[in-house]
Unconditional design. Structure first.
Length: 255
């Protein structure tokens, strides 16, 4: 194992690219293994509040088996709606095995989770300038051993965090590294305004609202992110209106 790890992380060209790609490869393989070897659901809430709702919509089980949250309409429709579309396509294609359907649900969830890690890794150089520190930082993505298992779950927590990272990534990737490395508590008034694409701001806000509806507790991350975007990011203030429009549009779609 030690020899394998030494070869895996040996950088041949003196850049951080090799370490980055090898870390991503390990993460991708571990995510795929988690999809194969995980159960259909781990916590009862995954089944009662998610998979069972999809099964009812697909006419696979009786509606009387739904959890009380569904008739009370306190659950977001978006995540079960995605699984419903996937389930419909599987049924249309002749795949009626519920275990295979649960496997595909885990696979889609895991792919989205992996993409969120990829987003974080791609913007990491904006925060860390030293190559050596960047290489070490990549390795830290291997420390949370539970992430592949977590991303393979059909939980609202998984989708909420994943979509929050997508929204965060869309904005941060346009911010200059010099501003992201600013550790001052007060906003930098001399920083030049940044003209982000309107479509990106709208999409970021739209995705952010879905993150909120997947799991309301993510608001504890959303509020600091919005405070930073408004007061610290130097995004041109007039353009932030499109971020707000995206959020309100997403709220309207989810309500």
């Amino acid at each position: 194992m030690t020899i394998f790890l030494n070869k895996l992380f040996k950088v041949s060209d003196g850049s951080e690219k090799d370490v980055r790609n090898r870390v991503l490869l390990i993460i991708a393989i571990s995510h795929l293994l988690a999809v194969f070897f995980s159960d259909g659901f781990h916590r009862p809430d995954e089944h009662l509040g998610m998979i069972r709702m999809v099964a009812v919509k697909l006419d696979l089980i009786n509606q009387g088996l739904l959890a009380w949250e569904i008739p009370a309409m306190i659950r977001s429709w978006a995540q079960p709606g995605l699984y419903y579309i996937i389930g419909k396509l599987l049924l249309f294609s002749g795949f009626k095995n519920p275990f295979f359907m649960a496997f595909i649900f885990r696979l889609i969830s895991s792919i989205l989770g992996f993409l969120s890690i990829l987003c974080l890794i791609n913007i990491l150089p904006l925060f860390i300038n030293k190559v050596k520190s960047l290489k070490i930082s990549y390795l830290f993505f291997l420390v949370p051993w539970y992430l592949p298992f977590f991303h393979a779950r059909t939980t609202t927590e998984n989708f909420s965090i994943t979509f929050f990272i997508f929204s965060f990534y869309l904005i941060v990737k346009y911010i200059p590294s010099s501003q992201l490395n600013n550790s001052k508590l007060s906003p930098n008034q001399s920083a030049k305004d940044i003209a982000l694409p309107k479509s990106i701001l709208f999409l970021s806000g739209f995705i952010l609202s879905f993150s909120f509806f997947f799991r309301l507790q993510i608001i504890l991350s959303i509020i600091p992110f919005l405070i930073w975007s408004i007061f610290y990011s130097s995004i041109r203030k007039q353009l932030l209106l499109y971020l707000l429009i995206g959020i309100l549009t997403g709220l309207g779609v989810n309500i």
